[in-house]
Ligand binder design. Structure first.
Ligand SMILES: Nc1ncnc2c1ncn2[C@@H]1O[C@H](COP(=O)(O)OP(=O)(O)OP(=O)(O)O)[C@@H](O)[C@H]1O
Ligand SMILES: [Mg+2]
Length: 311
């Protein structure tokens, strides 16, 4: 199957809504075909919700949006057992998470308990309500958005929960000419309303399994392990990348290779994916923060110092 062609077609579609952000759109699609979840962190009004909506409309499968507020309950997410008077039995009334694509909007505005209920579902692909386990459908992708954490009235996602996102990205402001094109597009039109699907859920599942089949030389695996272990030994980090992160990086590198029309992974796939896959998992030491280091500067240095295989 030609993953590159399908991804390009999907990206073209999403670009009709989100202008001038091809790279970001491709990262989103790489997360999707890696069977991962995406966290979009950025300031208001840069198109976070639009990106998630456009992706959902590009795939012919179910979509729910959960607008998180401080009073959203775990049962709103997972579902709840309700007593049916007629049958005298409890029945499962499913929650918002029981769908293919979930937009978890402003996830840092809800309580840790509600966040946890979503993140359990993300990790396990199932929800358990009153002792009964309900499987979630497939493909299943959560796109969570949040505004940067120093905003008032927000609950930071704990590290353990950040680790469940394959990637974290931010969108950033558009370039001047792109913003002009956006205005021209939006002034008398509603691009999102006009979007139609270009693939179905089944195709996405096939792409996900094709990505798992992309060849990864043992030297590439060793390279990934070297990078990951360097994050754990780095003096500026009090928390480096988890084993879950190693798998995420390998899978994203496979997907990146596929999107670039290759059947095998090269070191550049790993390097390109390392930023969005790893940086949100780092916790900097107070000293590193004081000396103005960032997850990016630390990762760049690690990549610079780690020998890459010749493939
Ligand atoms: N690069 C872009 N291309 C096209 N439209 C854009 C772009 N950036 C922002 N917009 C437009 O700006 C408006 C706001 O976008 P959206 O609601 O997606 O932002 P958001 O990041 O979710 O904001 P908030 O954090 O407030 O929820 C939408 O109409 C969207 O189409
Ligand atoms: Mg929004």
């Amino acid at each position: 199957m030609d993953i590159q062609k399908i991804v390009e077609k999907m990206a073209d579609n999403i670009e009709m809504v989100l202008v001038g952000k091809r790279k970001i759109i491709l990262l989103t699609l790489i997360t999707l075909i890696s069977d991962g979840h995406l966290l979009i962190e950025d300031v208001p009004g840069v198109g976070k919700t639009s990106l998630a909506n456009a992706l959902a409309k590009t795939i012919d499968c179910g979509f729910t949006r959960i607008q998180f507020t401080p009073d959203t309950l775990p049962s709103d997410v997972t579902g709840v057992s309700v007593y049916n008077m007629k049958t005298s039995q409890f029945e499962f009334s499913h929650g918002a998470v029981m769908n293919h694509i979930i937009l978890a909007d402003e996830i840092n505005r809800t309580s840790p308990k509600t966040q946890a209920s979503l993140l359990e579902a993300m990790e396990e692909g199932q929800v358990t309500v009153d002792g009964i386990t309900h499987k979630l459908p497939h493909p299943f992708m959560v796109i969570a958005t949040q505004n940067p954490v120093d905003y008032l009235g927000t609950y930071n996602l704990p590290e353990a929960q950040l680790d469940r996102f394959l990637m974290r990205i931010s969108i950033g402001y558009p370039e001047k000419q792109d913003e002009a094109q956006m205005l021209a597009l939006y002034i008398d039109n509603e691009p999102l309303a006009n979007l139609t699907p270009v693939v179905d859920g089944k195709t996405i599942e096939q792409m996900q399994s094709a990505v798992r089949g992309i060849e990864m030389h043992p030297d590439i695996r060793a390279y990934i392990i070297d990078l990951i272990s360097a994050t754990r030994k780095n003096a500026s980090l009090s928390l480096g990348a988890s084993p879950r992160a190693s798998i995420a990086l390998a899978r994203a590198a496979q997907a990146h290779a596929a999107v670039n029309g290759r059947g095998f992974v090269i070191p550049d796939d790993v390097r390109t994916m390392a930023g969005p896959v790893l940086q949100h998992r780092f916790v900097l030491t107070p000293e590193a923060r004081l000396s103005r280091q960032t997850p990016k500067t630390i990762l760049d240095e690690i990549i610079h110092k780690t020998n890459a295989p010749n493939i």
